[in-house]
Design a protein around this ligand. Structure first.
Ligand SMILES: NC(=O)c1ccc[n+]([C@@H]2O[C@H](COP(=O)([O-])OP(=O)(O)OC[C@H]3O[C@@H](n4cnc5c(N)ncnc54)[C@H](OP(=O)(O)O)[C@@H]3O)[C@@H](O)[C@H]2O)c1
Length: 260
């Protein structure tokens, strides 16, 4: 799908990957709506987007609240009449230990990575089903989605729930004949963002936010079903997916700090 002159929604665009993708897309004369809770950071991203020649509407709010997502989508429809590309990017995966993490922390991880996506997915899908032109919902997943990873138990569980939900949505769109809606999952490896920097989780093959944005744009253009990058991590993940459990455990534990 082309990514110029489009109506684009990016959630979680106040920092990190979401912000970098918004800035990258702002160079192509788009109308971009960005959301997150930190309004000052959203306003600063909006300024940069406008300087690059795109229109921007920042929309501060908490995506754990379904009413926030409903409002953002309905205001976009009122203003633009359609949504072409929605990048649902909100998520966080601080280190966690399945043996000691409090229940609330584990559940909060699921809410942040899964519930926020569903809160936006629902009104977007109701809207996109009525549109006639090609449109896309892309979800910022992770390569920590295919199997359990020490220090990331709650995060991998939430990301795999999101991946499997969207895999089903893709099948059902085909089944019910909505062939104009593309569902994409984006699976970066390790990205150097303020949120992940210094979190103690080993980060081999780490790439920058800007490089990540380049990969994301390439995936949109090619309408990839799963956009998995960078190539080194993609290969390692593929190896992990086909490895026997004993070998996967051995390799992952060899990278895991002794105490956390
Ligand atoms: N960094 C990595 O290595 C990496 C690797 C693979 C995948 N990812 C995924 O990439 C995405 C972005 O991660 P990042 O590293 O760029 O982290 P980040 O800078 O913390 O980005 C998360 C964004 O989501 C927003 N957000 C969080 N909770 C929210 C809520 N309840 N309501 C509204 N907005 C909320 C944050 O803004 P506010 O705090 O202002 O609300 C922020 O803009 C996540 O889905 C993450 O899982 C990251």
């Amino acid at each position: 799908m082309e990514y110029s002159k489009k109506v684009v929604l990016i959630t979680g665009a106040s920092s990190g990957i979401g912000r970098a993708v918004a800035i990258a897309l702002s160079q192509y004369n788009n109308s971009i709506v960005i959301t997150a809770r930190r309004n000052d950071l959203l306003e600063s991203a909006a300024g940069e987007i406008r300087e690059n020649g795109s229109e921007c509407m920042p929309y501060a709010g908490d995506a754990l609240d379904p009413a926030h997502a409903d409002r953002v989508v309905s205001e976009m429809i009122n203003k633009f009449g359609r949504i072409d590309i929605a990048i649902l990017n909100i998520g966080q995966g601080p280190p966690s230990n399945t043996l000691t993490a409090p229940r609330e922390k584990i559940l909060h991880c699921m809410r942040t990575n899964y519930d926020t996506m569903i809160n936006f997915y629902y009104p977007l899908m109701q809207q996109m089903k009525q549109q006639k032109t090609r449109c896309m919902i892309a979800h910022m997943n992770s390569q920590a989605t295919y199997f359990g990873i020490p220090m990331q138990g709650d995060y991998t569980a939430a990301k795999s729930a999101a991946r499997i939900f969207l895999e089903t949505a893709r099948m059902e769109l085909k089944h019910f004949g909505y062939n104009h809606i593309v569902i994409q999952t984006i699976h970066p490896g390790f990205v150097d963002t303020a949120a992940s920097r210094g979190d103690g989780i080993p980060a081999p093959n780490q790439i920058s936010e800007e490089k990540t944005a380049e990969y994301v744009l390439k995936g949109i253009k090619k309408e990839m079903r799963e956009n998995i990058f960078p190539p080194g991590m993609k290969f390692a993940t593929k190896f992990g997916k086909i490895s026997p459990y004993w070998l996967l455990t051995k390799v992952l534990l060899s990278q895991t700090p002794e105490k956390y």
